[in-house]
Each structure stands twice: as structure tokens, then as C-alpha cells.
Write a protein that binds this ligand. Structure first.
Ligand SMILES: Nc1ncnc2c1ncn2[C@@H]1O[C@H](COP(=O)(O)OP(=O)(O)OP(=O)(O)O)[C@@H](O)[C@H]1O
Ligand SMILES: [Mg+2]
Length: 258
């Protein structure tokens, strides 16, 4: 579990449009890496190349390599479905399966993976809901629909669903942008706990959030409108926010941008 990611020369296209160009970086296990940068610079696109979701978009194409420890996720014999199980994802808007109960939402991924005994399933559901700091709030209504929870609870439900299948990496694309400040802090606390077990990559527009939760920060930018997004620099979060190497990074984090 908690493997190291090593990306080299990653370029992604939508049809003929090159969205991100030649990105290389490593992500250490049991750490949180934040992706920051202006809208349209390719943060979400890059994130989705890390679990082979980019290619699900019509015209979506990738060049380059993503190593998860010693396995290239883009090698010919690799099954993208397995990759998506190993590298889980949490989206901007909480997206619980609306007609499913809280219990079934968490159990859904496990059921897809194979057969579990009822008691085993119940154990994993409880462990995952506890892991997502949601258990106490829902333990008496596990059979109620997941869509009946608050936004922050729904997002923690989605995190429970994602961690139930024991992924090695957890990708989060602006997981708090639809949440109130209290739910946001709850998710941030949760991220700090989860990094003891998982490798986490989070996209955020909230500079305070990046500074609070991440160990390392990657700044992405566009050279000009219509140009592909590039990785400008990646470094210790403390360093990015106090003394970045590149002027554009400083301009962005201090709000003097475009
Ligand atoms: N489904 C798509 N089809 C075609 N082009 C797309 C698609 N999704 C994104 N793009 C383009 O790819 C580029 C990168 O978009 P992306 O969504 O990755 O940026 P982002 O950094 O996540 O932006 P934001 O901060 O607004 O979420 C943009 O030029 C965008 O228009
Ligand atoms: Mg995005």
C-alpha cells in the first residue's frame, strides 16, 4: 500500500488539443501533494491521467509514463479498471449513488470486486465510515439513502466509498469547493489522518488549504491562452509559500495574477 508515483514526460490531449505538456514529477508515499494553478492549466486533466480516467473522455489521449512503484500504469498489459481501483478518486461535487443506502454506497466498490461474506462486508463498511469520520453520524441510519446527507457528509461518504476498496493512492479534485467552512475543515483533518495510509494528491484553488494540508505543492501554469498547461515547479509546501524559485509562482500565490 501507499506507493510512490513517478511521472515522466506526460502529455495529454483532447483530440488535437494538447491540454498539458511534458509533465514529470514524483509523489512520495504517505504524503499529501497539492496541485495549484489558474483555471484551465490542466490540473484536473493531469490528475485524471494518474488513474487512467483521462482516456475515458472522447478524444482523450496520453503520452508518457506513470509509474506506481515499479509498474507503468500505461503498459500494454495493464487493465485500466484495476488501475482505477488502485488509484481512487474523489470529485468536486459529492456524488453518492442517489438511490442507494449509505451502507450500499460504501459497499458498492467491494461488491464489484468480488464476493464477500455479509459479516465481512459489514466490517469493511464500518471501518471505512470510521476512517472517513462519518460513522458516528450515520451508524443509526445506514439503510437510509446517501443522498439524504448534508453536502459535507456526502463528501465524507464518497471518501468512505473510495477508501473501502483499500486504494494505494487517493486523488481528490477540489473535494471541498462545494462545502461550507466547517465541513471543509473536517475533510482537511481527515486528509491529514488518511495520509498515514494513503498517498494523496489534491487539487485546490484555496491557497490556505494547500498550505494547511499538503507536504508538497506543485504549481501549474499556462504560458499563454490556448497553450498547454505546464508544471512550473514542485517543492516543499513551506518553500513554495515562503520562497518559491519561480516568479510566476510567487505572483500566483500572492494573488498578483493575470
Ligand atoms: N472534456 C474536455 N474536452 C475538451 N477539452 C477539455 C475537456 N476538459 C478540459 N479540457 C481543456 O483542457 C484544458 C485543461 O482543463 P482542466 O479542466 O484540466 O483545467 P483545470 O486546471 O482543472 O481548471 P479548473 O481550475 O478550472 O478546474 C483546458 O483548456 C480545457 O478547456
Ligand atoms: Mg479542474
Amino acid at each position: 500500500m501507499a506507493k510512490r508515483i513517478d511521472v515522466s514526460g506526460l502529455t495529454a490531449y483532447y483530440g488535437s488539443h494538447k491540454a498539458i505538456d511534458d509533465i514529470s514529477m514524483t509523489v512520495e508515499p504517505r504524503s499529501v501533494t497539492a496541485f495549484i494553478g489558474p483555471s484551465g492549466c490542466g490540473k484536473s486533466t493531469f490528475l485524471r491521467t494518474l488513474n487512467r480516467m483521462h482516456e475515458v473522455t472522447p478524444g482523450g489521449r496520453v503520452e508518457g509514463k506513470v509509474m506506481l512503484d515499479d509498474e507503468n500504469l500505461y503498459a500494454k498489459d495493464v487493465d485500466p479498471v484495476t488501475v482505477r481501483r488502485t488509484v481512487g478518486m474523489v470529485f468536486q461535487r459529492p456524488n453518492p449513488f442517489p438511490t442507494m443506502s449509505i451502507y450500499d454506497n460504501v459497499a458498492a466498490g467491494l461488491r464489484l470486486n468480488g464476493s464477500y461474506r455479509k459479516s465481512e462486508l459489514a466490517e469493511v463498511v464500518e471501518r471505512s465510515l470510521k476512517g472517513a469520520n462519518l460513522w458516528n453520524e450515520v451508524k443509526d441510519r445506514l439503510n437510509k439513502p446517501g443522498s439524504g446527507l448534508s453536502g459535507g457528509q456526502q463528501q465524507r461518504l464518497c471518501i468512505a466509498r473510495a477508501i473501502a476498496v483499500e486504494p494505494e493512492v487517493l486523488l481528490m479534485d477540489e473535494p471541498c469547493s462545494a462545502l461550507d467552512p466547517i465541513s471543509t475543515l473536517a475533510i482537511e483533518d481527515l486528509i491529514s489522518e488518511l495520509k498515514e495510509r494513503f498517498t494523496i494528491v489534491i487539487v485546490t484553488h484555496n491557497m490556505q488549504q494547500a498550505a494547511r494540508v499538503s507536504d508538497r505543492t506543485a504549481f501549474f501554469n499556462l504560458a499563454a491562452v490556448g497553450q498547454p498547461g505546464k508544471l512550473v515547479e514542485i517543492d516543499e509546501t513551506e518553500r513554495i509559500f515562503s520562497n518559491p524559485s519561480v516568479q510566476a509562482t510567487e505572483d500566483y500565490i500572492s494573488g498578483r495574477f493575470g
